[in-house]
Design a protein around this ligand. Sequence first.
Ligand SMILES: [Zn+2]
Length: 411
Amino acid sequence: MPKNLDQARYDFKRDLERLRSISGRGTELISLYVPHDRQISDVTAYLRNEYSQSSNIKSKGTRKNVMAAIESIMSRLKMYKQPPESGIVFFVGHVPTSGDQTSMEAYVIEPPEPITTYMYRCDNRFHLDPLEDMLVDKKSYGLIVIDRNEATIGLLRGKRVSIIKNMQSRVMGKHRQGGQSSVRFERLIEIAVHEYFKKVGDIASDAFLAEEELQGVIVGGPGSTKRFFAEKDYLHHELKKKLLDLVDTGYTDEAGLREMVQNSENMLSDLDMVKEKKTVQRFLREVRKPDGGLATYGEEEVVKALEMGAVDVLLVSEGIRKYRASMACSSCGERTKEIIKNEEETVRCPKCNNAMSLEDKKDVVDDYYETAEQGGTKIALISNETEEGEMLLKAFGGVAAILRYRVNGLV
Ligand SMILES: [Zn+2]
């Protein structure tokens, strides 16, 4: 089943979190970025060369680990005829476990956006920068700073401001010609200004309407022009509805755009949070009802409701760090399913008390996503950055549900 976008994003974020936390004993962690248009045979040849060069590494332990990591990548590459659409990234190396031990870990990631540059690194950490950049939101904001002389149109994505167009009106450069009445001159100026506003509006509308996840539009500038521009019909009516704020700025060039973003930062981060807050508040309203309302929470109850298809919205805290694990006992053969917090957690065999070994583990959030999808449930991932998000994690165990209907014996 293809993962939904939110889930893919969540998994990607989680992978990066894990990779970021790893540091090697020596210079022995390999990061390999392969773009779609690279021939696998070229990559293999490159690795073969690295392999023979690594035989010169002085430290015996490092040499062994580097060579093993390269071998592992080469054997994984054999599974591909060509790199996937968006390319492929390998992170392979010996990662310290407990005491003096290390164990080889290998991550193969198909990134959410195409990789453009081939890169091979052997270092004491994994090189994640090109992937970190991809975590930046698809959500965008349309930006316009404007006065009667100049306008700049841009987009804000994550923390990044990009310029679409800077334009001058040249209206003030028009000189009154002999014989022209000043009334007529003023009229000409107004027509020229109108034409210029129209052009700014058209360019902005085209650019902003093409954005997949445009969250809103912010208009700024030094004087009253911004309000006039925003309130008349220069912008597409769909965009006028998305007008978030009018902001005073000293400039109308690129610096003006940055100034505007800086001034709107609080408003923007609030917007993201408002949606999350509202979802949790809706849940809280239900749960506070004397009969429990249309709400339930806690691992077991929520899973039951999910499996019945009774959940309208599933609230999952991003702060959950839990896995559903399949454990096996090597001495008596007993198998159990457990919820564990990390791989190192010791689970005792219920029959013989032997320490069980981990056979398979799955992030509980992934599991929720899959179960939810089957029942047409909407999922809201809730950050810990609001009071409500914190409450969901601490008071309700990080998982809760708003129900479609009351379930007997459950609520
Ligand atoms: Zn046992």
